[in-house]
Each structure stands twice: as structure tokens, then as C-alpha cells.
Design a protein around this ligand. Structure first.
Ligand SMILES: [Zn+2]
Length: 169
């Protein structure tokens, strides 16, 4: 009974984002995906993927890193019919959890600033397919939001360059 209720709740959470697509992606100082961890833009998360591990750094209103102390993160994701909850650990002042199976799935991040605060829910549609325009994976692709914002044909390759630079390590 408990399990089926949890599954249903997670399925509902995951279902809502399906229609939003990947428009409006915001990238952070490390080229990761920015998610909102507050109701008033004072706290953000930056999600990056390295060697099969998602890293979630906390950033303040000026996009400066904040070390994880009493904050907590619960992750739900994967197949809508069978969502998983990867174990979230804290390493080097940020959250770390293993990537799920597959190249296209939803991640629901439930962030708490401290044990007493209400959880803030952020959602990411993870899609590893490479965008032909910016060469970033689709989940880190800003193309659609830039098109909406500027309505011009000039393509800025800055993101792709940054991406290559990071790979050199
Ligand atoms: Zn793109």
C-alpha cells in the first residue's frame, strides 16, 4: 500500500514536466543546468554530469557556491512507471548521486535548506542526445530559449567551446 502510493505520487510529479520540453534552460558558471532551489531566486542548484555521476552544487543569488551543510536533497527519477530514488551523498560540499539507466528520463529534485524548511521541488528532463546546433547534450541545450529570447539567427558558440575546454582535464 505504502509503495504504490509513493509510486503514484512520483509518477504524478514526473508527469507534470512532460509537456514543458527543454525550453528555458539556464546554464551556470560550470556549464551545468541551473535549477531553482528557492521561491525567490535566492538559492539555486547547478547540476553537472561527470563519469556517470550527477553533481548538484548549491549557488546563492549571485551564483556563488554555497557548501552543503544542513541542506538536504532527495532525488526521484527514471521511468515514470517505475521511478527510482538514487542515493544522494555529500562529497566536497556538494550533492552527488549516480546517473540512472537510459539516455532520456526525468529527475525530480526535492531540496530543503534545513531540516525544518519546506521542500522545494525542481525538475530536469535529462536527455543525453547531442544538439546539432550547440553540440551540448539536449538537457544542457540553450538553443530553444535563446531563439525565443532574441529571435535572431546569430548562433553563439560559446557554450560549445566551454564544453570542449572542460573535457581537456
Ligand atoms: Zn543546442
Amino acid at each position: 500500500m505504502k509503495t504504490s502510493l509513493l509510486t503514484l505520487a512520483a509518477a504524478l510529479l514526473l508527469g507534470i514536466t512532460r509537456t514543458l520540453g527543454h525550453g528555458g534552460v539556464e546554464l551556470g558558471p560550470n556549464g551545468g543546468r541551473i535549477v531553482e532551489f528557492s521561491k525567490n531566486e535566492t538559492m539555486h542548484g547547478e547540476v553537472t554530469l561527470t563519469n556517470g555521476q550527477f553533481h548538484v552544487s548549491i549557488l546563492d543569488k549571485d551564483m556563488k557556491p554555497v557548501a552543503v551543510t544542513e541542506q538536504s536533497l532527495v532525488v526521484t527519477g527514471g521511468d515514470r512507471a517505475k521511478p527510482e530514488k538514487p542515493k544522494v551523498e555529500v562529497q566536497g560540499g556538494r550533492f552527488v548521486f549516480s546517473a540512472l539507466k537510459g539516455d532520456d528520463y526525468l529527475l525530480v529534485l526535492q531540496f530543503r535548506e534545513n531540516p525544518a524548511s519546506k521542500a522545494i521541488t525542481a525538475r530536469i528532463e535529462f536527455d543525453a542526445a547531442i544538439c546539432s546546433a550547440c553540440k551540448n547534450p539536449e538537457w544542457l541545450c540553450k538553443c530553444s530559449s535563446e531563439k525565443e529570447g532574441k529571435k535572431s539567427d546569430t548562433h553563439d558558440h560559446k557554450d560549445a567551446e566551454k564544453h570542449d575546454h572542460e573535457k581537456k582535464k
